[in-house]
Design a protein around this ligand. Structure first.
Ligand SMILES: *[C@@H]1O[C@H](CO)[C@@H](O)[C@H](O)[C@H]1NC(C)=O
Ligand SMILES: *[C@@H]1O[C@H](CO)[C@@H](O)[C@H](O)[C@H]1NC(C)=O
Ligand SMILES: [Cu+2]
Length: 396
């Protein structure tokens, strides 16, 4: 184990593509974009690898750092990998849905299955005890559909919010053909209400809010929702549950003020300063109000409203923006880092069990059923990214 405790950094320019460099952690090889410094959370992640190796060895897990699949940050993907991912998402948007139109009259395609799962599955996905594990599963099911149904060879990328502090110029959002699309056109939009004292009761609008006009998703047709939107003046959904047909453009307000609330110091603090699972859960959601912080949104909201708009800013239909998955993967990464700081006590800790009548053991048996998006699984299974089936992946 001794050698695993020492991070061996063999940075060499072996990249198949200029700018990408290979890093080695013990026996783990990772390809990264050499243009970015490792921020404080990235450094923490690198320092956590030896702990993970130790845990895996101790538990005898079949999933190890070496055989786990690697989810990468968007800008760490090569340009070809970004193109492959974008093509797979576009493919999902062309496949027929699995949900019945009797259940979801507005459904257009297989991508919308996932949006409908979120809208209909709010109690399953968003019960406080379920939020982390069920979103982990939900992202994994989406990644699986991209691979199995659209021939995608890579894995679900995540977003590093520190690389999005100037979102409109970022690799993820600069609007070129290898980004996830650009900003929305200028529109009248008052920002996002937040439940804090003034002047923190609003994430200010950042100049967008209209239709996305550049990049691979400029012609995307959004149909489901809106249901819990932050924009005014949108065409209303013909059904009160937001599942009717409401074809419209993808709208965004790429928002640096929101991104400031997800800067690396915020992510780092979330992972390191809240050892109690309920405190971690509350901070993740931005509660209670963090006095003295100019951008106290909490990582969950901050990340959602970097994209914002419609349906990205809609509590129910937000997975309808194709960057939802990168944001929730990023949250999943932070939860995993939190878990792996002390796996003995944290891996199976479920948030907010204290507010239910369940014991922790009961909570671990809670079943998450994603219907047409994934078969039933228990929270206990889903808590471990590298343990029992179905997961074996890491964030690098
Ligand atoms: C798109 O932006 C990325 C990130 O800045 C850059 O690496 C890439 O070369 C750009 N692609 C095109 C086609 O302009
Ligand atoms: C992060 O940095 C910002 C800007 O410097 C500051 O306002 C905020 O209090 C910091 N937050 C945390 C949690 O350290
Ligand atoms: Cu959700």
């Amino acid at each position: 184990m001794g050698s695993l405790r020492t991070l061996v950094l063999l940075a060499s320019l072996l990249g198949a593509e200029a700018g990408n460099i290979k890093k080695r952690f013990s026996t783990l090889d990772v390809w990264r974009n050499g243009d970015f410094e490792r921020d404080i959370v990235d450094q923490l992640a690198d320092e956590t690898f030896p702990k993970i190796a130790e845990w895996v060895e101790k538990t005898g897990s079949k999933c190890t750092l070496e055989n786990a699949v690697q989810r990468k940050e968007w800008a760490d993907l090569t340009i070809d990998e970004r193109t492959d991912y974008i093509s797979a998402v576009q493919c999902l948007m062309k496949l027929p849905p699995k949900a019945q139109t009797a259940d979801v009259p507005g459904i257009l395609n297989r991508y919308d299955d996932f949006v409908a799962t979120h809208v209909l599955g709010i109690p399953v996905l968003h019960a406080p005890t379920n939020l982390f594990a069920s979103h982990r599963y939900y992202i994994w099911a989406y990644e699986k559909a991209l691979r199995d149904e659209c021939g995608y060879k890579g894995y679900q990328p995540y977003m590093n919010y520190q690389r999005l502090q100037d979102p409109i110029n970022s690799a993820l959002f600069n609007g070129n053909e290898t980004s996830m699309g650009g900003n929305g056109a200028a529109a009248t939009y008052g920002g996002v209400f937040m439940p804090y004292p003034a002047p923190y009761n609003r994430i200010p609008a950042a100049g967008g809010g209209g239709c996305v006009t550049e990049g691979p998703f400029k012609d995307m047709v959004v149909s489901l929702g809106p249901f819990g939107t932050v924009l005014q003046g949108l065409p209303r959904n013909p059904q009160s549950n937001g599942l009717g047909s409401n074809p419209r453009c993808l709208r965004r307000d790429l928002n640096k003020y929101s991104a400031y609330g997800a800067s690396a110091n915020h992510s780092y603090s979330l992972v390191m300063d809240y050892p109690d699972v309920d405190a971690f859960y509350n901070r993740y959601l931005g509660s209670p109000f963090l006095r003295g912080d100019e951008y106290p949104w909490g990582l969950h909201s901050a990340g959602h409203y970097i994209t914002g708009g419609d349906p990205g800013g809609d509590f129910y239909a937000s997975p309808g923006d194709p960057t939802f998955w990168m944001h929730h993967a990023s949250l999943d990464r932070l939860w995993w880092l939190w878990q792996m700081q002390e796996p003995e006590t944290r891996l199976q800790a479920i948030p907010m069990v204290s507010t239910t009548r369940m014991t922790m053991e009961d909570a671990q048996k809670t079943v998450v059923d994603l219907k047409w998006s994934g078969e039933p699984r228990t929270l206990g299974e889903l808590n471990d990214m590298m343990g029992s089936a179905p997961f074996c992946y890491i964030y690098v």
